[in-house]
Design a protein around this ligand. Structure first.
Ligand code: ARG
Ligand code: ZN
Length: 491
């Protein structure tokens, strides 16, 4: 019995987390991408280049049969590596064509390499699997994340940790990759997924849709939506291809709800820099979801979007294509870099369409809410208001069970407007364009953003950053005469 064999037997016998940590030189935790909020997400030691997911689903029950082909590069010398995968059954697993032993513990999948890898080596993992996808419970909003089968339709919303419910993944935005999604469904269903629909073939009553996502994408932005969709194709005035997918029975809503999407793409391209992907559009899921998601190249909306005016959320999800998707987080604690920017983009769209007064009114309203002003009307005492603001969490470091807190969105957006008022319009828009350009298809942190803001404005923004992102008491915006109310003792 060789050493490797003994080692692999140990795997099955030992607690897998301990095994994982001990196997390397003790520095690299293979079972974690090192996220400060969600250490259980992702892995270390390699960098995924491309996922090919070939997946078949019958649509009359919640079941998938799939094959994932993952090409990756080792970033350390490895004898084993980890992926995340929730509950599906693995039928076969090879690395570089050789069958590999693996073991599982919770959502951690540990794979023993048939041949050790050196840092820099490329490798290919092929995993055949099947089963009934089980959505995870959203740590913050209580939604069901991942592959959702409901009433004969499928939708996938995964922020932050749902991707591992339908494919084996290095499930953290710090490891982005290109994707091929090849989805086979009974004839008559339509699959709306990320990127460009390259090929549709029908055989024996089954249709396969091959979608290619050619720019890097974080795993949580991968989406597959299956229903009897009607597709609407168009193009923005500046030539960005657009395609929307609406359920047949809602198709008449397309023009009213998404009618200004093309203008928005061109406006944001003008201020942020070129639209970063091959196409854009929307998919409407025939479920009353309480949120939308900026799934890459095809933002996802629940059917509640169809009621009333949705320009703000349409603009919001579109802006994420630059801020969140093209530029991804390095750590989930910086989520304001996604949500604060997308919220601010709603106000920019308002400014563009209705003028600065409408923008300022929206900003003043958000400031009032985030400062606790006017909450007394709801019968809250000052102490209760302070406690509420406290428990909401900080813009720059939300609690893991409250990732999408209101401060991340609204105070995040206010932070950008306050910055604009401090540095002036020219510097501010140059900062946004430079940030979007410099980190295209990459990852960035709050400090990366402020380094650009300081370089372009020539100001020291250390105190500004701390006061806006990491202190409960909201700063004032003197230029708009916005000041926090006196809520008494803030200790
Ligand atoms: N990024 C989404 C947005 O644009 C938030 C989705 C949060 N929803 C959830 N169920 N986790 O606002
Ligand atoms: Zn958002």
């Amino acid at each position: 019995m060789n050493l490797q064999r003994i080692f692999s037997l140990l795997i099955t016998a030992c607690l897998l987390a301990a095994f994982s940590a001990a196997a390397q030189d003790g520095q690299l935790d293979l079972s974690s991408a090192g996220d400060s909020l969600y250490p259980e997400l992702g892995s270390s030691g390699f960098d995924v280049q491309h996922y090919t997911i070939r997946l078949q689903t019958p649509m009359d029950e919640n079941a998938i049969t799939a094959e994932a082909i993952i090409t990756a590069v080792a970033t350390a010398d490895l004898e084993q590596f980890n992926l995340d995968l929730v509950s599906l059954n693995i039928d076969n697993l090879t690395v570089n064509g050789e069958s590999a032993e693996f073991s599982r513990s919770g959502s951690e999948l540990m794979i023993l390499l048939p041949q050790p890898l050196s840092a820099g080596d490329s490798f290919e993992v092929v995993i055949q699997y099947h089963g009934m996808p089980t959505p995870t419970q959203d740590p913050s909003l209580g939604a069901r994340l991942g592959w959702n089968f409901a009433d004969g339709l499928v939708y996938v919303v995964s922020e932050p940790d749902g991707a591992q419910t339908w494919f084996p993944a290095n499930d953290h935005p710090s490891d982005k990759a290109t994707f091929t999604l090849e989805i086979t469904v009974p004839e008559g269903f339509v699959v709306a997924a990320n990127g460009v629909l390259e090929e549709t073939t029908t055989q024996d009553g089954q249709t396969t849709f091959r979608w290619e996502m050619r720019q890097p994408m974080a795993t949580y932005l991968a989406t597959v939506n299956i229903d009897r969709y009607v597709e609407f194709e168009s193009e923005s005035a500046e030539g960005v291809p657009l395609r929307n997918y609406l359920p047949e029975r809602y198709s008449r809503f397309n023009d009213r709800v998404f009618g200004r999407q093309g203008e928005m793409v061109d406006y944001f391209s003008n201020i942020f820099g070129p639209y970063p992907f091959d196409a854009y559009g929307a998919v409407v899921v025939d479920q009353p979801l309480g949120f939308a998601l900026e799934t890459q190249t095809i933002s996802l909306f629940g059917s509640s979007i169809l009621m009333g005016d949705a320009d703000d959320v349409v603009a919001h999800e579109l802006a994420h294509q630059w801020f969140g998707n093209s530029i991804s987080l390095e750590d989930w604690s910086d989520i304001w870099l996604n949500e604060g920017f997308a919220s601010y983009a709603e106000w920019l769209w308002l400014e563009h369409t209705e003028g600065p007064d409408a923008r300022d009114a929206a900003i003043a309203e958000a400031y009032g809410f985030m400062s606790g002003d006017g909450w007394q009307e709801f019968g809250l005492t000052n102490a209760q208001i302070r406690a509420e603001l406290m428990s909401m969490g900080l813009t720059g470091s939300p609690d893991p069970d409250n990732l999408f807190n209101a401060a991340v969105y609204y105070r995040g957006g206010l932070t950008l407007h306050a910055l604009r008022l401090v540095v002036g319009d020219d510097a501010f828009f140059e900062i946004l364009r430079t940030y979007a350009g410099q980190y295209t298809y990459g990852n960035a942190t709050t400090d990366d953003f402020f380094a650009i803001a300081e370089a372009i404005s020539g100001r020291n923004l250390e105190k500004f950053k701390r006061d806006w992102l990491y202190v409960i008491q909201i700063p004032s915006i003197p230029a708009m005469r916005l000041f926090p109310p006196n809520l008494g003792d803030s200790n």
